[in-house]
Design a protein around this ligand. Structure first.
Ligand SMILES: Nc1nc2c(ncn2[C@@H]2O[C@H](COP(=O)(O)OP(=O)(O)O)[C@@H](O)[C@H]2O)c(=O)[nH]1
Ligand SMILES: [Mg+2]
Length: 182
């Protein structure tokens, strides 16, 4: 979207991050926003805001690592800032995929993994940091280094609907108005 800060993109009278906080907030102990720009603006949402430790826009994994380092809970749930239809049972479903041996649960849409929708043990932070330090960027290759489970969300595909173009933004706006939800 032309390099705009997507969390702050307007959608049906609110901004994208509003939808994410509304839907994820009730499921978790603390919401942490990972942002590398507009930090003060994000602080106004009343949640913790952390930037990436590794500079240079290394991709979503850098954000996951920042969340792990900032977390005061043993696990984090990660979601992208541009997905306004997160389900109310996102955390419950992901958590059901965890076990003593499986410290990562990743959402699956029925066709492929959706790795930015994950639940992760913060004890994996050092492994993730080393992976990024080694120049690797791909999320699924890092997951593959650890026992992980995939959790089926194919019954609620809107979970993964995310806004990557101005056209999608307009389409989703119509969808929200049609549903008369905020
Ligand atoms: N921390 C951090 N997050 C990133 C970076 N690049 C992308 N993201 C986040 O990763 C998520 C997915 O990014 P997006 O551009 O929508 O990718 P796509 O939808 O997978 O094509 C969004 O929440 C982005 O803010 C980065 O360099 N650092
Ligand atoms: Mg996206």
């Amino acid at each position: 979207m032309g390099g705009v800060d997507k969390g702050l993109v307007p959608l049906a009278g609110r901004v994208l991050i509003d939808y994410v906080i509304d839907r994820l907030g009730p499921q978790v102990e603390t919401v942490i926003i990972n942002a590398n720009r507009n930090i003060e603006r994000y602080r106004q949402f009343g949640v913790d805001v952390v930037g990436d430790q590794h500079g240079g826009y290394l991709g979503p994994l850098a954000g996951m690592l920042s969340g792990m380092r900032a977390s005061r809970t043993a696990f984090i749930v990660t979601v992208p800032c541009d997905s306004p239809f997160l389900p109310p049972d996102l955390l419950d479903r992901l958590q059901a995929g965890l076990s003593e041996a499986t410290r990562i649960a990743v959402a699956h849409d029925g066709k492929r993994l959706q790795p930015v929708f994950s639940m992760l043990d913060i004890g994996l932070a050092d492994s993730l940091s080393a992976y990024l330090e080694s120049g690797e960027r791909k999320i699924d290759r890092w997951f593959a280094q650890h026992p992980h489970s995939s959790v089926d969300f194919s019954d609620i595909p809107d979970t993964f609907l995310n806004i990557n173009t101005p056209e999608q933004c307009r389409e989703v706006e119509q969808k929200i108005k049609g549903r008369s939800i905020q």
